[in-house]
Design a protein around this ligand. Structure first.
Ligand SMILES: *Cc1c(COP(=O)(O)O)cnc(C)c1O
Length: 360
């Protein structure tokens, strides 16, 4: 068996030790005689799995006691609707910061439910920057301020937590959650699809402050009303049980690595290998402004896009896969989430140098 270095933007690589443990436990979880997939979500075995996953997540992110952790479904894209349905709380409008493809999607969906004020946009820089907080035109009566903390496609990431005063800050953290410590108390709500840094697709994580729930618009589906989900401990409907189990194994793995501070140090070291190289060559280029570069998703271009295909083929032959950039931006993208070892990034840079020597 050979494992590849998988640079996929999502679903993304998982830690090999997590996959091995899941394989070991596949037929018989802890002497239960069952696979986790076969368990009742209301049985004591699965309840212990779900409780432990939540406890570990709370520990890793130091989630304050007045926040609920919800395991939902529908992905971050469903949250684009679920957030306004729940968070408008009788108000008419919400502020959104436009930093690229994912925030544009959030804005478009929210417009079905609310008056959306785009309080700042990085459009003028072709989405290669994060607008400075000083330039945001926030509405003090907004129900919330929405950001995308890491734009998975464009490769820009917030390296600050914006202060929004008494207006709750809502963040789509799908592609950088658990990559670094976060002060949860600065947010009203955090949501993330699982398939980048948490586990299998099909699970959506929501962390929300208690006082913000319970005022969903009446037409909100019960399964998407944060109050219903919270009151039923994420078991109003059958949760994605296997995905929650794998997420728990990933949380354990992160803890074993030293927690989020260690994760951040590791992610900075990995990203530096790639960005430092990109800054020394004119054969490759990275469009993103230095102070907004993502530690998770690194977009880059070859000088001559006619070489793209040969580059990808050579990478594949060296067991490096999924480096093709998103169809909307072209070029390349290396997604280097928590589970990508530094050896993978070093192998990529070695190959990039080799390719440049041949074609430069
Ligand atoms: C992947 C991603 C999404 C979409 O998640 P789904 O699970 O497909 O709904 C949304 N936002 C960001 C920032 C993402 O990276």
């Amino acid at each position: 068996m050979t494992r590849v270095f998988n640079f996929s933007a999502g679903p993304a690589a998982l830690p090999e030790s997590v996959l091995r443990k899941a394989a070991d436990e596949m037929l018989d979880w802890h002497g239960s005689g069952m696979s986790v997939m076969e368990m009742s979500h209301r049985g004591k075995e699965f309840i212990s799995i779900a409780n432990e996953a939540e406890a570990l997540l709370r520990e890793l992110l130091a989630v304050p006691a007045n926040y609920k952790v919800l395991f939902m479904q529908g992905g971050a894209i469903a949250e684009n609707a679920i957030v306004p349905m729940n968070m408008l709380r009788g108000k008419a409008s919400a502020d959104y910061i436009d930093t690229g493809e994912w925030s544009k999607k959030s804005i478009k969906e929210a417009q079905k439910y609310a008056t959306v004020n785009v309080a700042a946009s990085a459009k003028a820089s072709n989405y290669t920057t994060i607008p400075a907080r000083a330039d945001w035109k926030l509405n003090p009566d907004a129900a919330y301020v929405h950001i995308c903390s890491n734009e998975t496609i464009g490769g820009v990431e917030y390296h600050f937590t914006p202060d929004t005063g008494s207006v709750p800050l809502v963040a789509d953290m799908s592609s950088d959650i658990l990559s670094r410590p976060v002060d949860v108390s600065k947010y009203g709500l955090i949501y993330a699809g699982a398939q980048k840094n948490i586990g299998p697709s099909g699970l959506t994580l929501v962390i929300v402050r208690d006082d913000l729930i319970g005022q969903a618009i009446p037409a909100t589906p019960s399964a998407f009303d944060y109050k219903t989900v919270a009151d039923n401990e994420s078991m109003y409907n059958t949760p994605p049980t296997y995905a929650i189990y794998i997420a728990g194994l990933v949380f354990h793995w992160i803890k074993d690595q030293g927690g989020l501070a260690a994760m951040e140090a590791h992610n900075k070291a990995k990203a530096a290998v790639l960005y430092d190289f990109l800054d020394t060559t004119s054969f490759y280029s990275c469009p993103v402004a230095r102070d907004c570069r993502s530690l998770m998703n690194v977009p880059f271009r070859l000088k001559d896009e006619a070489l793209d295909e040969a580059f990808l083929k050579g990478a594949q032959a060296r067991k490096m896969v999924q480096l093709k950039g998103h169809r909307s931006v072209g070029g390349m993208r290396a997604s280097i989430y928590n589970a990508m070892p530094i050896e993978g990034v070093q192998a990529l840079v070695a190959y990039m140098k080799e390719f440049e020597a041949q074609h430069g």
